[in-house]
Design a protein around this ligand. Sequence first.
Ligand SMILES: Nc1ncnc2c1ncn2[C@@H]1O[C@H](COP(=O)(O)OP(=O)(O)OP(=O)(O)O)[C@@H](O)[C@H]1O
Length: 558
Amino acid sequence: MAAVLHADNVILQSTLEIKHKPHLVTLTHSQLITEGVSQVSTSHGRNYEPFIRESSDVLDLTEVLGVRLENNSSCAAEGARVNDPSKGYMVMEMMPLQMNIFTIYYLTKVNKHRWRYKDISIICKDQSTSQLWVDSIRRILANMDQERPKRLLVFINPIGGKKRANKIYSEKVAPVFDIAGIYTEVIVTKRQYHARDVLLDHDLSKFDGVISVGGDGTFSEILNGLLDRSMKDAGIAQTPLSDPVSPKLPVGIIPAGSTDSIVYTTEGINDPVTCAVNIVLGNTLGLDVSAVHQRGEFLKYSVSFLGYGYYGDLVADSERLRWMGPKRYNWCGFKKFLSKNSYEGEVTFIASTDPSHHPRDGVRCVKGCQVCKKAGESKSKPGEKSTMLKTKNENWQKIRGRFICINSHTMSCRCALSPEGASPSSHIGDGCADLILISNCSRVNYFRHLYRSADRTSDQFDFNFIQVFRVKEFKFEPISEEDTADDKTMTRNKEGRSQLRSPTIKNSVWNCDGEILDHPSLHVKVHCQLIKLFAGGIEDSGKEDVIQCPPCCSRSSR
Ligand SMILES: Nc1ncnc2c1ncn2[C@@H]1O[C@H](COP(=O)(O)OP(=O)(O)OP(=O)(O)O)[C@@H](O)[C@H]1O
């Protein structure tokens, strides 16, 4: 092994074999450099000195997933097969293994959003050399600026989406965690709220993150469990006046659901390997969370979407057709489009304090988003005055009407059917939600709006029956007394959560991240970057056209 004395940052340098050729391999704190060298015959026999350097490759260690010392048994066959030309036939003979191999797994991007990994095997002259290389690389990976998780608690929902979560985890994700040397405790859920119940009492101190293998509903359950746990640990009751406590552990998602909207929105693709890679690298994003209350009582946290009217009716209908799999959403969406119900109500809200951004400004939330960065920096620190005190003096705006739907997007909610998202300019960490009010209109007009949601180039909100607002907090009250008076009929299931309930002619239900909330009155408050999500963010898709904001938007006049 040759020690290089001239370069201070060189940790290790050896002449090793890669693809049957000698290479000078150098390890620094940030890179692995391999240079092809030629063998030279000297008076002392064959030697690698002086080097005649050939091509060189540089591997950034931030792109290394892991390194593994290969099992000696995998080399045994090569070590035992000896070709003896003098005998004219092959002799098999047990030889002491001279070679030792270690493999480096590194990342490669196959397209804009999708990560894959490749490997390179390196042969050392003895075991102690290969062990030294593996230990040195592992030590650097463990001390990277961006901390990588070492122990993960994994929940698998076996019934979500196409019921392939177990297979997806074992075939695509577990090998990635294995390469990275991550310890995992895997729990396959047996029922709804199983994951939440585990999170409320489990010893979480030994983990660096919690992973959800399932769809948006499973993630939402885990998120609620973690937030309930952090409130419990802090001894704080969940009321509209209390600020939730951020969980210590980041959460990751491996997509195995029907919609996988949160993954599409934070990764740009619903690819399990890409998600696993971002978990291993410890890439995180701050995610806004909406706290949902009904009449002063805390209900749950929402991270992506709340919808009343069309989307409430749709999810209520689709729950009964779960056997259809993901197709149930298309079928129920079509049915609800034909029935085109509309509901009367009053929406009050506090608009965002940042006048430079609004739901139709065309600014997309991509990797390194400046809007989210600014919001994260100005987020109130623990111990500062509750933001609720501030909002008391803030301006509540009111809109009454008959609506086909009222949607609140804490993130853009991308999915396969809507590649730019249901609210394309919504941000994942700006402390606001985009409130979309769609007034009663003709079926043709509503179809035009829905059709544009699937089109990347057009503005789905550019209609005179749609109003959009960026809000920090909002409330909804139905005008009909039909549901508001019947508090006694408001049932809870045995887990203390809302019970499935159908929409009525006068009032709809809320769709909260794909689950039904049973009462139309609602109070929603957005909490800026309350949780950390393992995700890489969406690569910038280039310059987007800025769409002019119409007069309906509160931000337009500023
Ligand atoms: N073992 C289980 N049996 C029944 N329900 C479960 C089980 N494990 C989790 N759940 C619940 O199943 C619900 C749906 O799961 P999930 O969201 O993963 O799938 P999906 O609805 O098909 O996908 P998406 O939400 O992306 O559309 C969640 O609310 C979750 O709490």
